[in-house]
Design a protein around this ligand. Sequence first.
Ligand SMILES: [Zn+2]
Length: 83
Amino acid sequence: MTIVDGNALAGDLVEVLGIDATSARLCCAGCGSTGLLALTRVHRTAMGSVARCRGCDTVLVTVVDTGAERWVGLPGARAVAAV
Ligand SMILES: [Zn+2]
């Protein structure tokens, strides 16, 4: 497992969403803090990535690569805002 920042998700987000969403602000459902997706802590493995809140460790964003498809989830993001 590799730990990087949220900028590492740029390519995955462009592929799935059609935009680079790393400049979006996320509101954490765990602690209510807000911050740029680019500044989250991302754990990467061969299966995908998990972006966690730096304040409380809640999983904000998941990217799962099934081999045939790539899925993006926002399990711990209460809201998302464009910057
Ligand atoms: Zn949090």
